[in-house]
Structures are given as structure tokens and as C-alpha cells.
Design a protein around this ligand. Structure first.
Ligand SMILES: Nc1ncnc2c1ncn2[C@@H]1O[C@H](COP(=O)(O)OP(=O)(O)OP(=O)(O)O)[C@@H](O)[C@H]1O
Ligand code: NI
Length: 317
């Protein structure tokens, strides 16, 4: 099954997010997907399509001017109905998150050790000393030879790549069942990217951590994801096994996105993503689609299942 899984760890159903302003922005219009235990699902799509909004909506970290509808079921509980107090228990403990800029996500005034030990102290009521030695242990597991030294370091003493690894250690200290990584590789050099990749693979294999991965690096996605959801203008337009998406994409937008890869010669999709306050009628991709028919300009296609995958395009209806 492509869109749904039996015994899903996370099940997002018809998630809608609006931002109030002079004009209402519909950032997500009915997103549905699920993630199974130890599964990696990647969200891909052009800038502004709503990937980070999905991540923030799941974690209930959207600003107050937003309105959220739908269901975000995690281990059977709808996170959108929990109190903030209950949500605090889930963040970091059951669902970890790594944002794109490690230097901003780590607090500059606390040592790395303090930041790694804090969740153990707060959530697991470990004594500070013990939490700190567990933090050193976690760094050792990640391959830091002089881990006891590093716990005394401050983020500003370390490179971006090192901080990113500390951040992963911090977000996975409590063995969350799900890790959300929003552009975890942004700004990292190739060596750090490959270390990050190893780290994420290790989490999947050793800790059975499920991963919601958001990345513009399609090569990285191809190597890590089990399934891929392609987003366009606040909707999922295609969701399938990673190999199906990369080897035989169905949606014209997915095909265009893959053609913009270096090995395909960087052929960009002509045109621009539509405004989310006033999206095009019919299929949202029709103004940029070389295969559009009259029908596509007036009617909005549903996400339809075919052969164990799903696509939102009249070519396949
Ligand atoms: N706080 C906000 N207020 C108003 N609009 C917002 C807010 N946050 C996000 N949006 C809008 O929601 C849409 C989706 O944004 P989002 O950050 O999720 O895109 P993205 O796919 O993560 O892009 P990128 O790849 O650049 O990170 C954008 O059009 C953005 O302008
Ligand atoms: Ni984003």
C-alpha cells in the first residue's frame, strides 16, 4: 500500500493549515500519509510547497495566526487534540525533531553536554551527573572518540557538521519512535552530509527509529527513503515507494522535478509555483504542465490509488 499502512506509527489524515492575514493562505489543503515503525518517508517538492508546515503542524509548533484541521494520529492519539502539557511530553521524548540550522537550534550559552543531558534530566528524572555521563555515552556511540571532552564544549567552538551531529544526538537521546528532520543537510559540506547519512541509517537499523525526512537533495532522499511523497502547492501529488518515484515517476510534476537533477541535465520546470492565497483552478499544476487538457484547467484531480501507489493526475484516472 502506498498511502496507508497497517499499524502505522504516525497517521496524518486530511491535514489542512491556513494562515490568517490580509489574504488567507491555505498552506496545506488536505494532506494524508502514514509512516510505519522504522520507516523513512521523505517529503519533496519546490520551495514553499508546504513541507515545513507539515513538520511544524505534526509537532504543534505553528505560530498562533495559523489554523489547523484534520487528524495527526501518533500511537493512536490525535496530537491536534492534546493539551500543550501533554504535547511537551511527546516532543523530544516520543517524537524528535531536527531543524535545518544546527547553530541556531543549539543554545549557544549551554555546553553540548548540558544540552544532551537536559532531556534525560527533565523527562526521565535522571540526576544531572548521571545524565551527563549518559550524554557522553551517546556521543561515544556516534563515533566521537573523545566524548567526555566534547560534553564540555560549546556550540560556537565546533564546526557546523559537528553541531549537526550533536543535534542529532540531542534529538535522539530519549530514543524517540519518530524523528522529523527538516533539511538536516542544509549548509553542510559533502563529508558532513555523508556522516549525517550514516547517522540516520544507523538510527533506522539499530534503534528502529521512523523518519520523516524533508530535503531538497534528491540524491540524499533516494539513498535514505523507503517511500516518497511529492508535494506541490500544499498537496501531495504523488506518493509511492522510493524506487517507483525515482525510476518511474507518474505525475508530470514528479517527472519535472527529477529532470532538474544534475544527472538528468538540470532541466528546470518552466514557470513558478502558484500563490497559496489564490491557487489556480482545476489541477494546481496545469499552468506549467505540457500534458494538460481542457479538463485539467477546470477540474481538480483526486489522489487516486493505482498499483499500490497514488497519483493526483487525470492522465491516470
Ligand atoms: N507563519 C506563516 N505565516 C504565513 N504564511 C506562512 C507561514 N509559514 C509558512 N507560510 C506559508 O506556507 C507555505 C509553505 O511554507 P513552507 O515553509 O512549509 O514551505 P517549504 O516547502 O518548507 O519550503 P522550503 O523548501 O523553502 O523550506 C509558504 O507559501 C509560506 O509562505
Ligand atoms: Ni521548509
Amino acid at each position: 500500500m502506498s498511502a496507508g499502512i497497517v499499524n502505522a506509527l504516525l497517521e496524518v489524515k486530511d491535514l489542512q493549515v491556513f494562515f490568517k492575514g490580509i489574504k488567507t493562505i491555505t498552506a496545506l489543503s488536505g494532506i494524508s500519509f502514514s509512516i510505519g515503525e522504522s520507516e523513512t518517508l521523505a517529503l519533496v517538492g519546490e520551495t514553499g510547497c508546504g513541507k515545513s508546515v507539515v513538520a511544524h503542524a505534526i509537532m504543534r509548533l505553528l505560530p498562533s495566526e495559523s489554523r489547523v484541521k484534520g487528524i495527526v494520529k501518533f500511537r493512536g492519539k490525535n496530537l491536534l487534540e492534546l493539551s500543550e502539557k501533554e504535547m511537551i511530553e511527546i516532543r523530544g521524548k516520543e517524537i524528535g525533531i531536527i531543524f535545518q540550522n544546527p547553530s541556531l537550534a543549539l543554545n549557544p550559552v549551554y555546553s553540548i553536554g548540558h544540552q544532551l543531558a537536559e532531556p534525560l534530566h527533565v523527562h526521565r528524572k535522571e540526576k544531572k551527573e548521571r545524565a551527563l555521563s549518559m550524554a557522553a555515552g551517546a556521543l561515544k556511540n556516534m563515533g566521537f572518540a573523545n566524548a567526555t571532552e566534547y560534553v564540555r564544549y560549546y556550540p560556537s567552538w565546533c564546526s557546523g557538521g559537528m553541531n549537526q551531529r550533536f543535534l542529532i544526538a540531542a534529538s535522539t537521546m530519549l530514543d524517540p519512535a519518530l524523528l522529523i528532520a527538516d533539511e538536516p543537510g542544509k549548509g553542510l559540506d559533502r563529508k558532513c552530509m555523508s556522516e549525517l547519512e550514516t547517522e540516520l541509517k544507523k538510527l533506522k537499523v539499530e534503534k528502529k527509529t521512523a523518519l520523516l525526512l524533508i530535503s531538497h537533495d534528491l540524491g540524499f532522499v533516494k539513498r535514505l527513503a523507503d517511500r516518497v511523497a511529492v508535494m506541490y502547492a500544499g498537496e501531495i501529488v504523488e506518493i509511492a515507494d522510493s524506487s517507483s518515484v525515482f525510476e518511474s515517476p507518474l505525475h508530470p510534476y514528479s517527472k519535472g522535478l527529477l529532470n532538474s537533477l544534475p544527472e538528468k541535465g538540470f532541466i528546470p520546470i518552466p514557470g513558478f509555483s502558484p500563490s497559496l492565497s489564490n491557487p489556480p483552478s482545476g489541477c494546481r499544476f496545469h499552468p506549467r504542465c505540457s500534458l494538460r487538457k481542457m479538463h485539467c484547467t477546470e477540474n481538480h484531480p483526486d489522489l487516486t490509488e493505482i498499483n499500490g501507489r497514488a497519483v493526483r493526475c487525470f492522465l491516470y484516472h
